[in-house]
Structure formats: C-alpha cells, structure tokens
Design a protein around this ligand. Structure first.
Ligand code: ADP
Length: 161
C-alpha cells in the first residue's frame, strides 16, 4: 500500500488544493492531507481544527484522511511509512521554494519522493491568500472554494464568527 502526504496550510482549503488532493488520491492507495501550523508564515484566519474540519467537509475520496503535525514533515513521513510528498505547482513563482524544499527533504530522508502535480489551468493563480483578500474586500469567492464551505469563509471575513 503506497501512502502519500499532501502538506500545506489550507487556510482555507481552495478548489486548487482539492484538485491536487483528488488527483493524488487517484494515484496513491492512501493520502494524508497534512495541515501544518507554519506559525512563522503569517497570521492565520482559521485555527488548525477549523481548517481540518473545512477539509473534511469537502473531501469526497474514501482513501483520504486529514491530520495535523507541527514537527518536521519528513519525520512524519517516516512515521507513516509514506513514499511520497505531493505538491501542487502553480506559476514559476512556486518553483524556487518548492525545489529547495524538495531537495532538503530528500537529503533529510532519501526514501520519500516529492511528486509535483501541475495546477489545473483554471487554478493556476488561485491561493488561500487571494481568496481571503477578495472575500475581505467583499468580492465573490464562489468559483474559488467548494460551495459547502463558502458560507463559513464569508462569515469569517465579515468578522461574524
Ligand atoms: P497556499 O499557497 O494557497 O497558502 P498551501 O500552503 O496551503 O497553499 O499549499 C498546499 C499545497 O497546495 C502546496 O503544494 C501548493 O503548491 C498547493 N496549491 C495551493 N494552491 C494551489 C492551486 N491553486 N493549484 C494547485 N496547487 C495548489
């Protein structure tokens, strides 16, 4: 059984993330979507538990579970016996950072491969930060996030909860 990990912040999950998760679920036997805290990166809009719950509400594939971890990704991969870390690649701007991460992870734990899936054309410029910005400024995010969770994001952006 081959297990892959899809790591990220998922603050919140977008249709771009879901596309990568579902494509990974078609390739691997099991997929773990790993919500990383990355506290240094930015101030998050949703807590880790909220992000997990939003992900669980939109993931339909049966071979996908959601988990969280605040340590080293390769350590988690080793513990789970994962063979791959699956990342989505959007524009060239993702490349430098992802390449550096993949090489670092490979040198820390050579048994895990980083697999890049290219973003679908329609999601090429979609990011969680873009969703938050558009939503906070009153724009329409319905074509960026799963319909099931759009109301939760609107509420949070309006400061209603
Ligand atoms: P973001 O950059 O939106 O904050 P994350 O840190 O949560 O994203 O990213 C988790 C993973 O999902 C990364 O591999 C990232 O490249 C990928 N990803 C994010 N948005 C998209 C998208 N629109 N299409 C494909 N992959 C994406």
């Amino acid at each position: 059984m081959k297990t892959a990990i899809c790591p990220g912040s998922f603050d919140p999950v977008t249709l771009g993330h879901l596309d990568i998760i579902e494509r990974a679920a078609d390739i691997f036997d099991n997929v773990i979507v790993l919500v990383m805290s990355n506290s240094s990166k930015y101030q998050s809009m949703f807590t880790i538990d909220e992000r997990i719950s939003l992900l669980e509400r939109c993931i339909k594939s049966k071979n996908v579970v959601v988990d969280t971890y605040d340590g080293l990704l390769v350590q988690y991969a080793k513990e789970k016996g994962a063979v791959a870390i699956v990342k989505g690649l959007r524009a060239m701007s993702d490349f430098d950072y992802e390449f550096q991460q993949a090489l670092t992870n490979k040198s820390l734990y050579p048994d895990v491969e980083t697999v890049f899936l290219t973003a679908s054309g329609k999601n090429m410029f979609l990011s969680s930060s873009m969703v938050k910005e558009v939503c906070t400024l009153g724009g329409d995010i319905n074509s960026f996030v799963p319909a099931d969770i759009a109301p939760d994001i609107y509420k949070r952006c309006k400061g209603d909860n």
